[in-house]
Design a protein around this ligand. Sequence first.
Ligand code: ADP
Ligand code: MG
Length: 329
Amino acid sequence: DAAINRIAAGEVVERPASAVKELIENALDAGARRIDVTVADGGRRMIRVADDGSGIAAEDLPLALSRHATSKIDGSDLLNIHTFGFRGEALASLAAVGRLSVTSRPEGCDAARIEAQGGAPGPVRPVAGRPGTVVELRDLFYATPARLKFLRTERGEMQAVTDVVRRLAMAEPYARFSLSDATDAPREVFAVAAETGDPRDALTARLAAILGPDFAANAIAVDAEREGLHLTGLAALPTWSRGSAVHQYLFVNGRPVRDKLLTGALRAGYMDVLSRDRHPAAVLFVDCEPAMVDVNVHPAKSEVRFRDPATARGLVVSGLRRALAGAGH
Ligand code: ADP
Ligand code: MG
């Protein structure tokens, strides 16, 4: 059973960045407004995510680590998911692939900690701790050296972790994020303050903080709607295009996705204003009722399946064309 757990866990946790993604999503599901990520050795040696969210009651800690235990849905409504998590797999998977410790303190309670190794959780112990949750994963893949071999260099893994934090920070401008590298002397790699104001102002400020003021100054607002699908975001003017697709950030219902359909639609939206060797830069959010899109494709992949793909594509293409035309392009 431990072996089966490890195999299943490998599907969810391919590398440090996938662990970081799961942990930040849990923090956001818990309503966190402050999320601090620390990694050592590109995440192999240590990954820590601290949040100020609602926390986990001491008596629920063992459950939080067990497979298929989620507090987020009751299983009857897989078509109506409003949280990032719903499978109850992430913490169980992390416990199977590394040494996991979860310390949590819900409002008005004392802090408690549970530790697990090789998938087996130990007892819950009282500790001192701040409100919120700290999840720490040490020695990722220590029991599965074959998986360790598939990891990139420390720098490569750190880049993937940074990319995950940046993408999630784009989707949650009202939360504060930081990323620190504790490999040697602790060093802050990335930090953004919580934004305020209406959603568009907050997003613009957040994107200026992450992509630079230059992006925000050269981008136009996109805002379109079609048959229950809403498109918002910022699209760079053709003059701010790039030689590669690095600055394409796509989100569906707040989740970062890498989706062929949306990427293709983004290209098509700029087709008339960009030469073939240039790539548009844009941060686009598609939002809809959860039932209109299937996010249940694969736990570790960021693919989605729209119930009506043609409408999704049409929305993005026409929304971009209209915004570009409005700006004189
Ligand atoms: P899922 O997110 O799919 O529910 P996880 O394995 O990621 O599954 O988490 C299991 C459960 O542990 C969650 O349903 C939630 O109740 C609790 N949990 C995990 N992380 C946090 C956190 N940072 N803050 C509060 N609760 C958490
Ligand atoms: Mg989760």
